[in-house]
Design a protein around this ligand. Structure first.
Ligand code: MOS
Length: 743
């Protein structure tokens, strides 16, 4: 293999930097109208009256749509849901007069020009009947409801893990205990590309929609469900995406509005959200976590209890396995977990990069650091003493787990051995220097997927699948895998994705597409190889006349005998002799999992901070993230994934926080000027290490996926470094200088 494992540059990179790659709001259509969304200024209640008369008088305004005059939509009880919908009743814009959260879309002004639509939207007057709302997780803390008992294996994935042993008794008997409460605020994804949909209305009433989404087929089915349309009448395209991070797993409301308007007006309509409106769609749920750890004097864990309270809306219960990660990671015989939901008058929370692991591990890994301090033990040493070669929930081995190597290589690259364990013991001029570390874990998931390959007589191949490339590099790794599997140069491979008419794929998320689509390409390539061999064997005096399919491989544009490399037939010759100008294969791949092994990726993060002693300003000067993530398909895009995750982890630790004014129930910093993310000046030296990890059972290519593991544990490593620098433990994120200075 020549391409798999290389540092191949993105094959779509040129299109992206030159502007040739078109995003959802960059498509045009004859007579395209533009929609501007009017949003609710109250958090709860109902709309009494919408007065659009002034807006309708503006030149160029075509219509103002609301629940009063919209076209038909299926009732919310009709059963359709999107692929990743949680339990409950999904929100639909313009459905009725009820207000469920501030910023809720309540009307769409459609005009000939975007500017006209936006101006006219400011003229729509709305009268409300207001009800009392609650948007504060702390106020709902006591009223939080327990997540429901799982009824199916699917539900069990997100339920708190079952208890082990006798956690309360073990805690009471433990020589050393640590109890702490940790808080992560609401955070938003803030992808660069704004959510947008261009719904092109065909003469036959069929729709082609360019949508910003992580799953074109998910949106296609959803639109068909909402508008009771036939599958053939809706095509959804998303060839490029300017960042999703989970915010595009579920269809967003602008696609419903664009389709609604296109159907009402029988013309093409584009709806793009503003940056402020991007804060109305999902968010990472705020999370209060209480953790208790008990250890014996030797530094092995005797007991863990963890309770998590997260945020959801009043109409859907969104949650993930907030406590599942701490249950899985360390050897501990006694454990107990609880997970509750605070239902608030906000939109439903949703997946955001490494959902529940980024947050759950933040608390666990800070608590482990505090326990290490109490035990007077090096934090790495504590983790090694609690190291587990078996999944602690299901008591089974891992398909592979090179976490020990992550600790070793990460510590070595960082220079951890030189750490003075005393807080405030290390200095650099005016700054206190702190070194902290943490562990990361994520799942190596796989999903059923279908790949089509068309090989043409000039030895070029088109590989297609309805998956997305949300910016992670899917185009590139697909081309690399296809080139190696088909024995062709990379330039001979064309990738088609992000189109609902292509072969089946679930949403791109959960870090599951790289493994799934790569093995899908391998499976389909095998079928192509068999077709080629059939042709090659029929050639006169064929050197492969008696070769069996498993005896040949595709390399350098040829079918080659594995036993004797001199016995080979060029692909073009085999096709020409057979009189075939194209070979097409489409194969569905699923991944048999007998449940005998746990599949996870792991990491060890080491962070250095420098804290100005007088001002409390924190800089993250160095981070080493050592990752064990199976076979690395592309060292360049993989490094970018992990580096991006580290940057985001720095933001989680020090900057990010969505602030809600609880009086109005409204997000106050719905813009990227006041919602702080790390900028170049906040990002210093980041080193990514991929620990070699061979996995022979997870899938034929040994791929685990890397989209999310990069952020997990980073916030804890930074927080632990801040403690080490200052001797001050701030448990509620983000660690801003006011919290550090407060006594
Ligand atoms: Mo990811 S949070 O599954 O896009």
């Amino acid at each position: 293999m020549t391409y798999i494992g290389s540092a191949t540059s993105r094959i779509d990179g040129r299109d992206k930097v030159t502007g040739a790659a078109k995003y959802a709001a960059e498509h045009n259509a004859p007579g395209l109208a533009h929609g501007s969304v009017v949003t609710s200024s109250i958090a709860k209640g109902r709309i009494v009256r919408i007065d659009a008369s002034e807006a309708l008088r503006v030149d160029g305004v075509i219509d103002v749509l609301s629940h009063e005059n919209r076209p038909h939509m299926a009732s919310s009880d009709s059963g359709y849901k999107d692929e990743v919908a949680p339990e409950g009743s999904p929100f639909r814009p313009l459905y009725d007069d009820k207000i469920k959260f501030s910023g809720q879309p309540i009307a769409l002004v459609v005009a000939e020009e975007l500017e006209i639509a936006r101006f006219a939207a400011s003229l729509v007057r709305v009268e409300y009947e207001e009800e009392a709302h609650v948007t504060d997780i702390y106020r709902q803390r006591d009223a939080a409801i327990a997540v429901k008992k799982p009824a199916t294996p699917e539900e069990a994935i997100f339920a708190p893990p079952p208890p082990r042993g006798t956690a309360d008794a073990a805690l009471a008997a433990a020589k050393v205990r640590h109890t702490g409460e940790y808080y992560v605020p609401i955070e938003h994804h803030n992808p660069m590309e704004l959510y947008a949909s261009t719904a092109m209305f065909g003469e036959d009433g069929k729709l082609t929609i360019f949508d910003k989404t992580q799953g074109v087929q998910n949106v296609q089915r959803y639109v068909c469900g909402v508008f009771e349309m036939k599958p053939d009448d809706v095509r959804v395209m998303s060839p490029f995406m300017g960042g999703g991070f989970g915010s595009g797993l579920r269809p967003q409301f602008q696609v419903v509005l664009a389709v609604l308007a296109a159907r009402a007006l029988k013309r093409s309509v584009q709806v793009a959200l503003t940056r402020q409106q991007m804060y109305v769609i999902g968010y990472r749920p705020a999370m209060i976590q209480r953790i208790e750890l008990g250890a014996d004097g030797g530094g092995t864990l005797d007991a863990i209890t963890q309770e998590a309270i997260t945020v959801t809306s009043q109409y859907e219960n969104f949650y993930r396995q907030e406590t599942g990660w701490s249950s899985l990671l360390y050897r501990c015989a006694n454990a107990k977990y609880a997970h509750k939901l605070a239902r608030l008058d906000l939109a439903t929370s949703c997946d955001m990069r490494a959902p529940s692991a980024a947050t759950g591990l933040y608390a666990l890994e800070c608590a482990m650091d505090e326990l290490a301090v109490a035990l007077k033990l090096d934090p790495v040493e504590l983790r090694l003493r609690c190291y587990s070669d078996r999944d602690q929930i299901a008591d089974r081995p891992y398909s592979s787990k090179k976490l020990r190597e992550c600790y070793r290589q990460g510590a070595e690259a960082f220079g951890w051995a030189k750490r003075n364990p005393e807080p405030r013991a290390m200095r650099d001029g005016n700054e206190l220097v702190g070194w902290g570390m943490a562990t990361g874990i994520w799942e190596a998931l796989q999903v059923p997927i279908t790949v089509r390959i068309v090989l043409t007589a000039n030895a070029h191949a088109e590989v297609s699948c309805a998956t997305s490339d949300i910016g992670t590099g899917t185009y590139t790794i697909m081309a690399q895998v296809a080139a190696d599997m088909l024995g062709l140069p990379l330039e001979h491979i064309t990738i088609k994705l992000g189109d609902s008419t292509l072969p089946q794929s679930p949403v791109e998320g959960g870090s599951w597409i790289a493994a799934s689509v790569s093995n899908g390409i391998a499976t389909t390539s095998e079928a192509i190889r068999k077709d080629l061999l059939r042709l090659a064997r029929r050639m006169p005096s064929s050197p492969l006349a008696d070769a069996a399919p498993e005896d040949v491989t595709l390399a350098d544009g040829k079918l080659v005998s594995k036993r004797d490399a001199s016995r080979a037939v060029p692909i073009v010759d085999a096709m020409r002799h057979g009189g075939v100008d194209r070979i097409e294969q489409e194969q569905a791949t699923s991944f048999a999992d007998d449940g005998s092994r746990a599949h996870n990726t792991h990491s060890a993060i080491f962070a250095e901070v420098k804290v100005d002693e007088q001002l409390g300003v924190i800089r993250v000067t160095r981070v080493v993230n050592a990752v064990a993530g199976g076979r690395i398909l592309n060292t360049k895009t993989a490094t970018s994934q992990i580096m991006g995750g580290v940057v985001w982890g720095i933001g989680m630790a020090l900057h990010e926080e969505t602030l809600v004014d609880h009086h109005f129930g409204r997000i106050m910093n719905a813009n990227i000027a006041e919602y702080h993310v790390p900028v170049n000046a906040d990002v210093h030296d980041i080193k990514v290490i991929f620990v070699e990890e061979q996995d022979d059972t997870i899938n034929p290519l040994g791929i685990k996926g890397l989209g999310e593991i990069g952020i997990v544990g980073v916030a804890a490593a930074v927080a632990n470094a801040v403690y080490h620098a200052t001797g001050k433990r701030v448990r509620d994120l983000p660690i801003t200088l006011d919290k550090l200075m407060r006594n």
